[in-house]
Ligand binder design. Structure first.
Ligand SMILES: Cc1ncc(COP(=O)(O)O)c(C=O)c1O
Ligand SMILES: N[C@@H](CCCC[NH3+])C(=O)O
Length: 422
């Protein structure tokens, strides 16, 4: 469910026509809907409370770190899951209290750990023994014990795209399952560490609840082993990963997911922490782009648009499908053609869709790429010296630019020529 619909023949974000935004901010741009963000958060939170779970929802900023998006969720009670000092600063700037922030990631630097400890965040999810030792040194030097969970790798196949599966033993993430008990013992003995829980995240865009259940049962076994050894496990961070429909997928409803948590872990007396990203923001965002040229190739028709793989990387990186709609509602009598929708970047991979059935298009037409709120702007780059595109947040019939398009002067100002060029 989202709030991007045709009203009087023009696609709107809530109450605002997208061509009105395009006229003001220029194309391409990202556009997010407050109502969809609120709805997704509420459905997820209600599913957890209906299942009787005592849960903290820590929005995974990696999916969309825009501070207006994060603030919208924080006002509903969301905490944050961050993976870098930059994301931690974004979460704080958006008003997320440190007591609701978890810090994940395989390669947190000492500087990043220092910063997180100094801010007094809720928990650090430690992913290796060297990180555990570094963190203990840092916290002990400040005279504190940092609350931690060890991220364990349960060796479960999430059944998702190979590039976004994280919980198999060959993946770089987490502490190897069979070593977990030993590393927990070590953590218990370190002066700067307070063990509070277990963390686990098996992958992203899961469309079946079975792999989650399998991982949660493994976590359950580990809780029993650790508690029998006197290690006080009181929080379970189950990561994110619940998928959204891009094309024909039918991911489980949050109710089913919450029920799987209740059935496997609900009786352990643990606080549950969740790190959803895509589920909250995926369908709350679109990218709007304009057709620059229509081009007839030898075998295909190309719609060359002003957005490119650097703006929305998912199709190039994962062959991901994003639905494409014209902003002006097509006349059904106009028929359908097969089009390759491509960007201007000098790579064949800069293709958003191949042979996509679309109504006849013309230069200047506005197109919307749906389900672009997660891992869209977040993964964009300036490849081909293209400035990052602006982001707009809509609320009812108002909209605001929540990330401006940098000027070429601002981009150039970051670079300099060494003196030796004279
Ligand atoms: C540790 C961790 N938590 C949370 C997430 C968010 O995942 P998703 O956007 O699939 O909910 C990810 C990304 O896969 C992750 O690696
Ligand atoms: N970037 C991926 C998701 C990765 C999840 C991060 N752990 C995507 O766009 O689908």
């Amino acid at each position: 469910m989202n709030h991007f619909d045709y009203i009087n023949g023009r696609l709107h974000a809530e109450g605002v026509p997208l061509d009105t935004i395009a006229a003001q901010v220029g194309t391409p741009f990202y556009c997010y809907s407050t109502a969809t963000l609120v709805r997704h958060y509420t459905v997820f939170a209600e599913a957890l409370s209906k299942a009787g779970l005592d849960a903290t929802i820590c929005f995974a900023l990696k999916s969309n770190p825009n501070i207006a998006v994060v603030r919208t969720l924080a006002e509903l009670g969301a905490g944050a899951d961050v993976v870098s000092e930059g994301e931690l600063r974004q979460a704080l700037a958006a008003g997320v209290p440190p007591s609701r922030i978890v810090f994940s990631g395989v390669g947190k630097t000492r500087r990043e750990l220092e910063f997180a400890v100094a801010k007094g965040i809720m928990q650090i999810n430690v992913e290796s023994e060297p990180e555990l030792e570094a963190l203990s040194d840092i916290a002990a030097a400040r005279g504190v014990r940092m609350p931690i969970a060890l991220r364990v790798n349960p060796d479960v196949d999430a059944g998702t795209h190979a590039k976004i599966t994280t919980g198999k033993k060959e993946n770089k993430f987490g502490i190897e399952w069979t070593r977990a008990h030993e590393v927990y013992r070590k953590a218990q003995s370190l002066p700067g560490i307070e063990v509070v829980g277990i963390a686990c995240h098996i992958g992203s865009q899961l469309t079946d609840v079975a792999p989650f259940r399998e991982a949660f049962l493994r976590v359950r076994d580990l809780v029993a082993i650790l508690r029998a050894d006197g290690i006080d496990i009181r929080r379970l961070d189950l990561g994110g990963g619940l998928g959204v429909p891009y094309e024909n997928e039918t991911p489980p409803h949050p109710d089913l997911y919450a029920e799987a948590i209740r059935a496997t872990l609900g009786d352990l007396g643990c606080r549950i922490v969740l790190e959803p990203g895509r589920l909250l923001v995926g369908n709350a965002g679109i990218m709007v782009s304009r057709v620059v040229y229509m081009k007839e190739g030898a075998t295909r028709t190309f719609a060359i648009v002003d957005a490119a793989m650097n703006d929305l990387m998912r199709p190039a990186l994962y062959d991901a499908h994003h639905a494409i709609l014209p902003v002006v509602q097509p006349d059904p009598k106009a028929g359908i053609i097969a089009v390759d929708v491509v960007g201007p970047v000098c790579e064949t991979g800069d293709t958003f869709a191949r042979q996509r059935p679309l109504p006849p298009l013309a230069e200047g037409d506005l197109l919307v790429f749906r389900t672009a709120g997660a891992y869209g702007a977040a993964m964009s780059s300036t490849y081909n010296s293209r400035p990052l595109i602006p982001e707009v947040l809509v609320k009812g019939d108002q909209f605001a630019i929540v990330r401006a398009r940098p000027s070429y002067e601002e981009m150039l100002a970051l670079e300099s020529l060494p003196d030796w060029f004279g």
